[in-house]
Design a protein around this ligand. Sequence first.
Ligand code: HEC
Length: 113
Amino acid sequence: MSRFVSAAFCALFVFSMSSANASAATTYNASAGKAVYDVSCTNCHKMGIMGAPKLGDKAAWAPRIAQGMDILVSKSIKGFQGKKGMMMPKGGNPKLTDAEVGNAVAYIVQQSK
Ligand code: HEC
């Protein structure tokens, strides 16, 4: 029972977070995201490990960036399986907040277009 309640609460929380994110889509902070990237994303995205698109590889990023920030950020938060490989939720660092992941995505996008 309490597990159900906390699951429901959690779902509600995630829902309210995502709607808050949607309205704040332009407030990602790329310069704050660099620190997040340097700790949690660079392992794969610097060298292209496991099929990750490399930071600064414009050709690899252009079609991804075209999806829009909302989709890039939500896939980065939840993790996803793409054609090239698999990315874990939050790049495998569950301690990151959704906002930190969003900032890191903004940094990657800024460096890669
Ligand atoms: C364990 C390796 C790994 C780490 C760490 C990692 N990624 Fe990824 N990421 C991937 C792979 C692999 C892909 C491409 C998968 C594909 O397209 O098949 C990817 C793709 C992406 C994409 C493109 C999504 C799309 O729709 O094409 C974004 C944005 C992204 N990562 C952001 C991040 C951020 C932000 C971090 C750090 C918080 C991070 N990644 C850490 C492996 C990683």
